[in-house]
Design a binder for this molecule. Structure first.
Ligand code: ATP
Length: 232
């Protein structure tokens, strides 16, 4: 096990608003980590900085000892909270673009997952339901052989019956040495696949713990602990 990602004294301000407040964080390889926090706690801001889409106000981020940049992007597969795909495209054409763009993209894996979810690769995105579009985007992201997968709300639009199936697809399509950082409000649905959680609040880390420790020490599920910690 080695450190994949490190945030050192990381801060992001939007004008006078501090969205991320002097965060220190390390993500080890081979773990599935839930990034959990209430609305506006800073999850998406943190994720965007890790993906090089926002510049920190101060502090630094290192991916495999390198600062965030072109090299780190080769090793991070990112599912954003909003789609960036062209809705007019057919799935098979998008797969071809991804295959051309990312050296680590595995077309066979993408078609296997599409088949399991009975999604027709000749369909255009704009003809699909919101949940199916989300499944396609998740498949694209999980079809890369990345070292770190960052999923911002991966199952929000997927119906409850399909969620377990999607989670299994996530689990069966990443290498044991890779890590997955998942931001979600659907904690109860996802906590069974998590190894660790990070609770974030007002841009600060409130708790980092293994899911087993939470269950043993608190006698609670992660969902129950979250509701207790963040009770309004
Ligand atoms: N572009 C922006 N300009 C100004 N303030 C912003 C901007 N983006 C986010 N913020 C503020 O930064 C804080 C953190 O927002 P962020 O979107 O990172 O939270 P989040 O935890 O992802 O929220 P949610 O769970 O609702 O998606 C919030 O107070 C938000 O209003």
């Amino acid at each position: 096990m080695s450190t994949l990602l490190e945030c050192k004294d990381l801060t992001k301000c939007y004008g006078k608003k501090t969205a991320i407040d002097h965060i220190n964080l390390a993500i080890e390889s081979g773990h599935i980590i839930g990034l959990l926090g209430p609305n506006g706690s800073g999850k998406t801001t943190l994720i965007k900085m890790i993906n090089g889409l926002l510049a920190p106000t101060s502090g630094s981020i290192f991916m495999q000892q390198n600062p965030i940049g072109a090299e780190s992007k080769k090793h991070i597969s990112y599912l954003p909270d909003h789609t960036y795909l062209n809705m007019n495209e057919r799935v098979r054409d998008i797969i071809r673009y991804f295959s051309d763009f990312y050296e680590d993209f595995d077309e066979k894996r993408a078609y296997d997952m599409l088949g399991k979810l009975q999604i027709d690769a000749s369909d255009r995105l704009k003809t699909m339901s919101k949940g199916t579009k989300e499944k396609v985007q998740l498949i694209l992201v999980m079809s890369r052989h990345a070292d770190l997968y960052i999923l911002d709300e991966p199952i929000a639009g997927v119906d409850p019956a399909a969620r377990d199936f999607i989670l299994n697809i996530i689990l069966s399509n990443y290498e044991p040495e890779a890590s997955i950082l998942i931001s979600t409000h659907l904690i109860a649905d996802i906590e069974n696949i998590l190894d660790e959680v990070i609770f974030i609040d007002h841009g600060q880390i409130r708790l980092t713990a293994s899911v087993d420790d939470i269950r043993m020490n608190n006698g609670k599920s992660v969902d129950a602990l979250f509701r207790e910690v963040y009770r309004c």
